[in-house]
Design a protein. Sequence first.
Length: 398
Amino acid sequence: MKSIQQIVNSGNSKIDIPMGEYEGPLRINRSCTIDGHGATLWSKGETALIVDSANVTINHLRVEITDHPEQIVAIKVKNDTVLKDVEVHGQEDINGTVSKWKLPRMLDFGAFAAGKANEFCREIVAERNCRIVNNVHGMDIKPQTISAGRNEVSFKVTSLMNFTILYGDVLLQTDYGVNKRIYISGRAVQGVPEVHEQKAMPGSNAVGNGHMAGQDSGSRAINGSSVPKLIKGQRIPLGNAEKLFIGFQGEYSGLEVDPYAFLLYEDGKTRQDSDLIFFGNTQSESNGVYIDRMDESQGVGICLKNVGKDVESIVVAFAVYAEDGNTTRNFSRVKNPMVRIFMDGNCKYEFLLELGLERVVNALEIYRHKGEWKMKAVGAGFMAGLKRLCEQYGIDVE
């Protein structure tokens, strides 16, 4: 697979980036128009996108700093660089002027009253004028446009049934083509007092200083536990962890949700049928990846030291079992689907899944990066079922 730098260098004045994820940095040193088609360009601790040339246009690209994004410049561009629908997780340097965004990745409303409307008021500190695009079902936002500086924003959640999880995102669209995304979470719980906030409280309740998913300080699970929530695209270093368990959890009956794991090599494909771990092939040759059960959840166990040295990544997926042609059995019948991630026997993270008519979900990817293991929250569902994933990773399905 070509690097994103190779793709840009080999293109003409109009460059199409195939959908996917690419590690930066990317340096653009000639006039051109780039269409990212929703691809992600990421970097751990350095600027991911640098534009050195005049007359550059960048469309439909996501740029992300994975570690300490509030401190690191994600994109460095010229005054005449045209940005259109470019989502940036990190700061921007526009001709030497560096932004000072302080938005969290997740705003957690915690537990709120089920069966009743609840309203939350938060302070958003915006770097520039923004339009708020609401992608959360069951929630209204006012106002829908905010100005540079401090703004009070109301989040009104409609009546939700007991134990319904509120999850989604809002997009802040700036007036210069850069978008910022904030994830929203919460849970309707019977017996919890109604929330009717009329005024934002400064400090811990401000969005600019709100709860950050994936951090020990301030992060919390929707059900009130201290387990951090992962969001789509988030990457976590596994550090000294030796064993993992990734289990599926949800409320459903009359369905079977089965775990699957794909062992992928340098080319992003499997090499043989035995690289698919599932109920018919419950462990890899080295017993590094296996089907397991923990806390009443069936899932995939991984012993990292036993994973073959030539295995570059492990994709963990879950699929609703259905006979051929039966499209009524899908994740729309699963309430509050989530993945729980255990490290050495302790639950460290939870990942809420946004699913509907999909029959299979690519939940997580465990991968090597510069000699270290990392984990990425994927959460990509497919209506076509398991066959779609098998074909993508080189497994022939009859």
